[in-house]
Design a protein around this ligand. Structure first.
Ligand SMILES: C[S@@+](CC[C@H](N)C(=O)[O-])C[C@H]1O[C@@H](n2cnc3c(N)ncnc32)[C@H](O)[C@@H]1O
Length: 277
């Protein structure tokens, strides 16, 4: 049975992806290259969070919180209890440093490494999965397992707010390369799924390979539905690349002003609110 032969290899591949993403992000945060590339939250995403319940939320989980680019402003602006989780030890270490002497540090708790640790640690009325976290998790099976875990952690009236990279805006060469390798039968394991790509970026002079699943709106909607979520709001995450709008205040403002003209699918990323069904 092809599935039986296939399954262990794909699971192994997903495990390797998580290991590689952990090493990569440990280096990204330790070198401060992430902070330099994305020095602030995307203001429009922050506004989106407030428009969709962040101010009223009592318990917020930031899954893949990184250095707290979004969690920290929410800690500041709300009275919610915050939980941050990331696979990267360096991300959580950096966020812990930001929390030292923070007047509201007692409202934030942090978990790192194994997402299973979040189970039986409470539930949430807002879960954030922001700026491509879901895309790094692995193939469809792995992403579905993550979404189903989040579904089990969300309250019946809760909301999931996520953003994922758009297939129409990102990495056309790598997408073509992945397509060619599927067509010629060279694609292995997780690379057999359309939308999955690998690309290399230098971080602080070291080459690192990123795994990404790129999404269409339809693909995101279907995946969320399979995990027990229904999309209730959609928007583009930005028109320009995230690094540009977070490094320049005026470009960030201009970008936010132009967003209502852009269909969600054509954003640099796709932002969505989803509720449990
Ligand atoms: C592009 S960063 C986004 C971080 C943060 N949400 C932000 O907007 O700045 C992607 C984050 O996802 C984390 N990540 C990657 N794979 C993950 C996984 N399987 N589970 C949880 N987090 C993961 C990385 O460590 C990294 O912090």
């Amino acid at each position: 049975m092809p599935v039986k032969d296939d399954l262990p290899a794909t699971l192994r591949d997903n495990h390797h992806i998580t290991e590689a993403m952990t090493d990569l992000y440990d280096h990204y945060y330790t070198s401060h290259a992430y902070e330099k590339r994305y020095p602030k939250p995307n203001q429009s995403t922050l506004h989106f969070l407030f428009e969709h319940g962040a101010r009223e939320a009592r318990d917020i989980l930031d899954f893949g919180c990184g250095n707290g680019r979004y969690a920290l402003p929410l800690l500041q602006a709300t009275s919610a209890r915050l939980t941050g989780f990331d696979i990267s030890h360096a991300a959580i270490a950096e966020l812990s440093r930001f929390l030292q002497n923070h007047p509201s540090a007692n409202r934030m708790r942090l978990f790192e490494g194994d997402a299973g640790e979040l189970n039986s640690q409470g539930d949430y009325d807002l879960i954030m999965l922001l700026f491509g976290v879901l895309s790094h998790v692995g193939d469809h099976t792995a992403r579905l397992a993550t979404l189903r875990q989040l579904r089990s952690l969300i309250r019946p009236e809760g909301r999931l707010i996520l953003s994922v990279p758009s297939i129409f805006r990102r990495r056309p060469l790598e997408l073509l390369e992945a397509r060619l390798s599927r067509m010629t039968g060279r694609a292995q394991d997780t690379q057999k799924e359309p939308g999955n790509i690998l690309f290399t970026r230098n971080i602080d002079k070291e080459a690192h390979q990123f795994f990404y699943h790129l999404y269409s709106v339809g693909g995101l909607r279907a995946e969320l539905l399979e995990a027990g979520f229904r999309i209730t709001a959609l928007s583009p995450e930005s028109l320009l690349p995230e690094w540009m709008i977070t490094q320049s205040g005026w470009l960030g403002k201009l970008d936010e002003a132009l967003l209502p003209l852009l269909p969600a699918a054509l954003g640099y990323g796709i932002r969505a609110v989803a509720v449990p069904v």
